[in-house]
Design a binder for this molecule. Structure first.
Ligand code: AMP
Length: 405
């Protein structure tokens, strides 16, 4: 079944066309990124995969809006040389990554006018993502009128959290009237990792307990008990929790008043600084973990501090989640940093032996891409590195929604 996965941002459209039967039998036919929509020069990077060969094409032309961007995607997918299908009608379903639907949907849904109205209702809680996500849906409806459109919410997996985990200790009516609570994000990735962990360790999903550690451009953790999320580190927005490339993660909200008073920043500038100028970048000037590790190894004291802070925060969350999930089977590293950075994994696991976390240094350092275990033989807790695949998860859920299987 051919499924197109779309992740529409404010000036971008990420896409992947897959032909899939199930989680193990699928092929990526094409993937790409439309960037700089609305800017002077737009760009489309389009990659096709045929007979094990990868071919990449780059176009640079102004793209006025998402409609023009999507029209290039359809043209490229159906192009006789650069395409992989003859007609857009071959696409049997479109799966959209949508940031937030609050508490309204706890699972993937078929897009209807009511679902679109709900996504719109949550613009104030997801101002950077929900509006372009909806735009992506409306444009896809125009280009693929016969294909069912499905929304996969990044918050859905976390809807099983109990009130003691999702409520903020603030006036209760902020929750009842204004929907202020912790929603969590990266849910599609944490869900994929939960299923992949159960499979890897050979346990039924309903008996699998884990701590999922997603370390990429954004970073978050999820505590999973019996296959269901019971806590996660991100909050009402993705700013809460771990230290990230450019985000501060947890901090004292009263500090904002203090710095705003001293600098004259308004609240928008402040939240922007916490999202874009903080985290690793705020401490050592760079946000790519590869550069931070290199600089620290070269003796840069601030990069070393940033690295220590990043890992220390994760250690604290591991401690907290081990306390709330009894009998954790595995802690699982995933995403760009989690899958690729042996030094970061080593720093996180070092000193946690008393919690059952015992890293095998050679296994950790070995170069590998696939799913693997990196704990010492006989350790009470497994330490796993599992590649996440949010596009595959979205495609699978889209197929399931459409076919019921
Ligand atoms: P993601 O959001 O999952 O695509 O992760 C992107 C991030 O992964 C980048 O910003 C890098 O900081 C990080 N990353 C990718 N490869 C490595 C690596 N080999 N070592 C450290 N960090 C890496």
């Amino acid at each position: 079944m051919k499924i197109l996965v779309i992740n529409a941002g404010s000036s971008s459209i990420k896409y992947q066309l897959m032909d899939l039967a199930d989680a193990h039998r699928y092929a990526v036919l094409a993937s790409g990124l439309v960037e700089k929509i609305g800017e002077a020069t737009g760009r489309v990077t389009h990659t096709i995969f045929t007979d094990g060969q990868e071919q990449r094409f780059v176009e640079e032309n102004p793209l006025k809006n998402h409609h023009e961007g999507m029209s290039r995607v359809v043209a490229l997918l159906t192009d006789p040389q650069r395409g992989v299908i003859r007609d857009a009608a071959e696409i049997e379903g479109v799966g959209h990554r949508v940031l937030s639907c609050g508490e309204v949907y706890s699972d993937t849904v078929r897009i209807t006018p009511k679902v679109k109205a709900t996504i719109r209702e949550f613009f104030p809680l997801g101002p950077l993502h929900n509006p372009p996500n909806l735009m992506g849906i409306e444009v896809a409806e125009e280009f693929f009128p016969r294909a069912p459109q499905v929304a996969v919410f990044d918050t859905a997996f976390h809807q099983t959290m109990p009130p003691k985990a999702f409520l903020y200790a603030v006036p209760y009516e902020w929750y009842t009237r204004h929907r202020l609570r912790r929603y969590g994000f990266h849910g599609t990735s944490h869900k994929f990792i939960t299923q992949a962990t159960a499979e890897f360790i050979g346990k039924p999903l309903a008996k699998t307990n884990l701590i999922s550690i997603h370390l990429g451009n954004g970073c978050s953790m999820a505590a999973v008990r019996h296959g269901k999320c019971v806590d996660t580190s991100m909050g009402v927005t993705p700013l809460e929790g771990l230290i990230m490339g450019t985000r501060s993660g947890d901090m004292d909200p009263a500090a904002l008043e203090y710095i705003m008073g001293l600098t004259g920043m308004d609240i928008h500038q402040m939240v922007n600084a916490l999202n874009k100028q903080s985290g690793l970048k705020g401490i050592c000037g760079v946000n790519d973990m590869r550069e931070v590790v290199e600089k620290a190894a070269g003796g840069d004291a601030q990069a070393e501090t940033a690295l220590q802070m990043f890992c220390y925060r994760i250690q604290k969350y591991i401690g907290a989640y081990l306390a709330v999930v009894p009998h954790v089977d595995a802690i699982v590293f995933t995403a760009g940093i989690g899958q690729n950075s042996a030094p970061v994994r080593e720093r996180i696991c070092t000193g946690l032996g008393h919690l059952g976390i015992r890293l095998d240094l050679a296994k950790n350092a070995a170069r590998a891409n696939g799913p693997r275990a990196i704990h010492q033989a006989g350790a009470p807790l497994q330490i796993l590195v599992l590649p996440t695949n949010e596009e595959l998860q979205i495609a699978l859920e889209t197929k399931q929604n459409i076919t019921g299987a």
